[in-house]
Every structure is written in structure tokens, then in C-alpha cells.
Design a protein around this ligand. Structure first.
Ligand code: 5GP
Ligand code: ZN
Length: 134
């Protein structure tokens, strides 16, 4: 538990939230500033600032929880699709430094923007990146 972490307080129930699902390790809540109807957040109850700090076991469990709640949201709200979004670092759009997964139901012709302009993969960049994994 981080002293001043809002998501620690929400995840542990110290601050009330619109909770969709809860178990020993996670709480799934509605986002206060939803991108779309049903936008929810998967919060682990133990603090990790981001994906890189998250224990492997929590990472594994988090995707299972995300999958289950995503399926309920998609079916119950008759969504046409759903994005999982997970931001790490301010440059990636992270504003709350407590790991979370966004579940964003998508509707045909909605105004949610989770897109980018496709670039080009140069030979030099490809080689540079592949080398990291050799
Ligand atoms: P990030 O930008 O860090 O990936 O996502 C943070 C998300 O948390 C945002 O979508 C924002 O609307 C949501 N959020 C921030 N503070 C609160 C809060 O106190 N309660 C809830 N339910 N959502 C919050
Ligand atoms: Zn926290």
C-alpha cells in the first residue's frame, strides 16, 4: 500500500467506487471519466506503479480478470468490440501510477480514439531491435 496512491485506496475499499467485480487480489471499477459506456479499470489490490513492477503472478491473474469482466461488459452492453489499454509512463499516457488495465467497450461509429498513423519499419531499426533479443 502506497500512502498517497488513490488506486490503492479505491482497490482496498477505503474510498468508495462503482465496483463491478472484486476478489482477494483485484477490484474492477467504472472509470470516472469514461471513454465509452462501460469503461472500466482492473486494479490490483497490492501496489505496483506499472507493468514493469508487477509480479508475474499478478500479471497472469490480471488478464484472466480482465477477460471475464470484458466478456460481461461486451455482452451486457451489446458492444461491438472492446479495447484493452494499459499505459506505462507519462509518455504513454499514464496519469495514475498504480498499474491498471482499461476495459473500453467499443460501439460502431463511437468517438473513442485508440489509433495511430502506421509508420515504416526500416531495415536498420529492425536489426537494432532484433539484436536486443538475441
Ligand atoms: P491512465 O491515464 O493512468 O492510464 O488512466 C487513469 C484513469 O483513471 C483515467 O481514465 C481516469 O479517468 C481514471 N481515474 C482517475 N482518478 C479516478 C478516480 O478517483 N476514480 C475512478 N473511478 N477513476 C479515476
Ligand atoms: Zn497504489
Amino acid at each position: 500500500m502506497e500512502e498517497n496512491c488513490i488506486f490503492c485506496k479505491i482497490a482496498r475499499g477505503e474510498i468508495p467506487s462503482a465496483t463491478l467485480y472484486e476478489d482477494e487480489d483485484f477490484r474492477v471499477i467504472l472509470d470516472l471519466g469514461p471513454a465509452s459506456k462501460g469503461h472500466a479499470l482492473v486494479l490490483p489490490k497490492t501496489h505496483a506503479a506499472n507493468l514493469f513492477e508487477l509480479p508475474d503472478e499478478t500479471a497472469q491473474k490480471a488478464l484472466v480478470v480482465a477477460k471475464r469482466v470484458a466478456a460481461c461488459l461486451k455482452e451486457g452492453l451489446h458492444a461491438d468490440g472492446l479495447n484493452l489499454v494499459q499505459n506505462n509512463g507519462a509518455a504513454a499516457g499514464q496519469t495514475v501510477d498504480h498499474f491498471h488495465i482499461h476495459l473500453i467497450p467499443r460501439y460502431q461509429n463511437d468517438t473513442v480514439n485508440v489509433t495511430w498513423q502506421p509508420g515504416e519499419l526500416s531495415e536498420a531499426e529492425k536489426e537494432e531491435i532484433l539484436k536486443l533479443f538475441q
